[in-house]
Design a protein around this ligand. Sequence first.
Ligand SMILES: *Cc1c(COP(=O)(O)O)cnc(C)c1O
Length: 380
Amino acid sequence: MKFETALIHAGQEADRSTGSVNIPVYQTSTYKQDGIGRDRGWEYSRTGNPTRKALEDCIAALEGAKYGLAFASGLAAEATACLSLLKKGDHVVSGDDVYGGTYRLFEKVFRKWGLEVTYADSKDPAAFRKAVRRNTRLIWAETPTNPLLNITDIAALAEIAKKAGALLAVDNTFATPCFQRPIELGADIVVHSSTKYLGGHSDVIGGLVAVADKGVYEEVKFHQNAAGGVPGPWDSWLTLRGIKTLAVRMQAHEANAFAIAEFLSAHPAVSKVFYPGLKTHPGHSLADRQMSGFGGMVSFELKGGRGAAEVFFKKLRIFMLAESLGGVESLACYPSTMTHASIPEKDRLKRGITGGLVRLSAGIESADDLINDLERALKR
Ligand SMILES: *Cc1c(COP(=O)(O)O)cnc(C)c1O
């Protein structure tokens, strides 16, 4: 099945009892059993639910993986599917430009349980290799990164992880399986905040995981049931509905992002533009090799820092100032006080998250309207 077909059909056969072409919302917590020890394959909805199962089978197919699992949020997926696999004294090497909530999970939750985390330059596989220790059990990468759109070489990290006897987990939220399939490049676990592009309509929080290996899957599946951070059937259904149009949406997001990146690059009020599709982007050639599209996120730096940013956000009319990304509507975000506020200021600045940095999630509106909106907001 090709990707565009899998979006609509993987895990989603017509309902067996009615022929319903969409998987029903199985809004139930439990299932009648026909006798002691004779269930019909379903026992309790934390353990399994048919609507959630359709979503889990779908993400596995999209990522070219054998196994899929759904969680109540992207962070629940990270905590349950990846970090719960580790134990006290284990070491993680993470890219240094990761989602603020991921950093917070490492530093404020798991570090006090005895997990050790080292951050390596997301752009430099050699830095990851150097950071590996005898007790390294997990390598964590997010690519393209948030918010600077740096590109990490997944195949190179897969080799490093294999040599170290560690698992490689990749946060594929920004690229989606439409543009990047980490398992095919050697990753063991792919994690998504399906709140973003997969759901695609800013109406549901969720997390998805795809796993290559059966042993790892069984462990994650055990934790999913034991810790219980699962999505309800209605949220699973909404996510499935969003996924059906992922391919057409990603093309539209990308086209708009390209147009915006080119417009911003030529604008005198802008000092830097971060978009992997631009030839001037340091990760461009790697992105071109590793991804089949550059995505819909564009970040840029305003000359004039925070003051200029405040004026800019006030003047926007179509772009909404909001957290999150990946929905059909265009959003603008101010990473230093919003998504990345949990990173100490000194570390933030070191990573390039400055007072003038703005992150845009290009929606699928008319590119002309979006560019006019930016032009008006940038006018002095
Ligand atoms: C939003 C996001 C997350 C966290 O997902 P939630 O669904 O908000 O819990 C993780 N990684 C990336 C890259 C994100 O953008």
